[in-house]
Design a protein around this ligand. Structure first.
Ligand code: PGA
Length: 252
């Protein structure tokens, strides 16, 4: 748990740096949204201090359907603005689903092939107020492969802050499935703010349920949860990592 989002971003960037420096061909699974912005700011700082991303491959979780990559609310544009244009990740090693693909099934299959070819060393995740990870929305079942998803009302409303009207918010997206997320060697789940406190409590301390998709992360053996005071406010303080206690899931 961190005092500020900035501190959390700096810490998380150090975890990512370890992968970028330690792996010959590092593969990072990346997320969009407000939450990872402090991480990307810190990674840009590390790049300016000499961290080399030239061998890194990045695979993003999701993309809206129906808005082109140049649209300022597309996730491609987000990544370009917050990270890619500032660091030396090679453009041909950047993967984001194409939300304008004519054949969406083929696009999902293409993306799964990319994921199979590049085993993800570290997956960065935010969490939706409804518990979604990527755009794997609460449902009776979770889909393992990359798929087209109809966004839930809570998600559309939450995303509306970035669009002129509710009607302009895309209602569908392509998202990586839960299999690819769970196959990542390391997972970092980030959440900030009071509005995430309840879902963080349910995801971490509650039952593993498909209507709380992030709870499936309890099944992974290497998840680091990065929180601020507000998002951690509904957790029992005894679950915080007390410095040296080795646990499979660390709450930081
Ligand atoms: P946020 O979105 O970081 O903008 O809160 C997180 C998410 O919906 O996964």
């Amino acid at each position: 748990m961190f005092e500020s989002e900035r501190d959390a971003g700096v810490y998380t960037a150090a975890l990512v740096e370890r992968i970028v420096m330690g792996e010959k061909d590092p593969v990072l699974g990346l997320a969009t949204g407000s939450t990872p912005i402090p991480l990307y700011e810190a990674l840009v700082q590390l790049y300016r201090s000499g961290l080399d991303f030239s061998r890194a491959t990045t695979i993003n979780l999701d993309e809206y359907i129906g808005i082109p990559g140049q649209h300022e609310q597309s996730y491609r544009h987000f990544m370009q603005t917050h990270l890619f244009q500032h660091v030396n990740i090679q453009p041909d090693r950047i993967f984001i689903p194409d939300g304008m693909a004519e054949d969406l099934d083929a696009e999902c299959a293409r993306y799964d092939k990319i994921i199979r070819q590049h085993a993800i060393h570290m997956q960065v995740l935010g969490i939706g107020v409804n518990g979604h990870i990527g755009f794997n929305e609460p449902d009776d079942l979770l889909v393992s492969r990359t798929h087209v998803v109809q966004l839930r009302q809570a998600t559309v409303e939450s995303n509306a802050r970035f669009f002129p009207t509710l009607d302009d918010v895309p209602k569908r997206a392509i998202t990586m499935g839960v299999q690819a997320i769970l196959q990542a060697q390391h997972i970092i789940l980030m959440a900030f703010g009071e509005e995430k406190a309840n879902i963080i409590q349910r995801a971490i301390m509650g039952e593993v349920r498909t209507d709380v998709p992030a709870s499936i992360l309890q099944l992974h053996r290497d998840v680091v949860v990065i929180l601020d005071k507000a998002s951690a406010s509904q957790l029992d303080p005894s679950v915080y990592l007390a410095g040296s206690q080795p646990t499979s899931s660390q709450l930081l």
